[in-house]
Design a protein around this ligand. Sequence first.
Ligand code: 5AD
Ligand code: SF4
Length: 441
Amino acid sequence: MKVFIKTYGCQMNERDSEAVGALFVQAGHTLCDHENDADVLLFNTCSVRDAAERKAKGKIGFMRKLKLRNPDLIIGVMGCMAQRLGDQLLAELPHLDFVLGTGQIHKALETAEKIAAERKKIANTDVAPEEIDMLGAHSVNSQSAQIAITRGCNRFCSYCIVPYVRGREVSRSKESILDEARSLVDSGVREILLLGQNVAAYGLNGDIRPPAEDHSPFAELLEELNEIPGLARIRYTSPYVSYFNTRLISALANCSKVCRNIHLPLQSGSDRILAAMNRQYTAQSYRDKVAQLRSAMPDLTFSTDVIVGFPGETEEDFNLTRELMNEVGFEQAYIFKYSPRPGAKSATLADTVSEEEKLRRNNILLDDLQLRIGAKLASLTGSTQEILCEGVSARNPARWTGRTGTNFVVHFDPDANVRPGYLRQVKITRSGNVSLFGELI
Ligand code: 5AD
Ligand code: SF4
């Protein structure tokens, strides 16, 4: 069978889709890049904002045309929206064949094969935390690979659907993660991105209290990964700020392969809003943690997630967020307009900020960010940076791109000696709006 997989949402979803694709390939099927060529269409969906669900539903609805043309076509929906809506999706979209929730994604292959043989509809949203290691297969051939180290989330931020659709937080065993990492490196991978809803809670058995200052199973995992010969870089996303204790900060500073970039979701700079969001920190404790991290690693860069227009967010609350963002000087930020999610705690609060005002606040933060990124990139002109070479630039085939450990993209002219996955020194010659240009040394 030819299988087309379309993914919505976060990197965890990207990773799950890759693993599902690999399971199909291992069973002798092939992946294709276009829905028109496929015998099986899989949609791996997101529920984090209403817009994410609408987008996926629109696309899946549109697939009815393909099904009318080819009644043998198998169409399945997996992931967070599948978990949230379950059977309801089969009723709403009668051309669908199956729905698999977040705990059942590893069954996509057997489900599609079963439907091909028996032609019956299947919806399965059972929770199955014991299957956590079953999505370890990889199919992407690149210098960079992703490994899911935890699944689910126990934090219950009041706006967030994730704990309801991805279930309780479970950590994989260290051995299983290290085996996966070693086998990726054996197959040529040079950079590993560790994924989890709260990666720094790895190995804490779902306890939502941040651990004692000297205890961090995540730090121990990083230290062991750091020892893998042939691995050049380790990244991770996303950690919750409260879990950066002295044990973890010193491991980050001492592990030469762990990149100097942290995606550290802030969500809001107002204590009142942070409390309403059930975030277990204050603006000041966030600030202090950033200072502590920077004093251990002065070259660290930070990126973040922020929500504008949470219920009750006043102009004053918004300005506190804006000021804190400018003060920390995030090198990258993802800004979201608040979207009430049925089932999440905050959905019971009145959505007080108008769509128009959310957009205005969103644009102010984006403008600040653009100015800051431009200035930061310009300040790097003349510096020497180590990059991990990725390959030919998508925009200019004469050039290559690579990335610094601090997560800036660098374009450069290749020499005879450059390969994807090589670490090279580059002298930065100029900056653009979103990336750098340099010469190999
Ligand atoms: N509305 C808007 N943004 C949200 N996020 C999570 N839930 C919501 C919501 N209901 C954002 C948060 C999170 C990112 C993945 O999505 O900023 O960090
Ligand atoms: Fe979307 Fe969250 Fe699910 Fe990722 S975990 S797909 S962001 S709802």
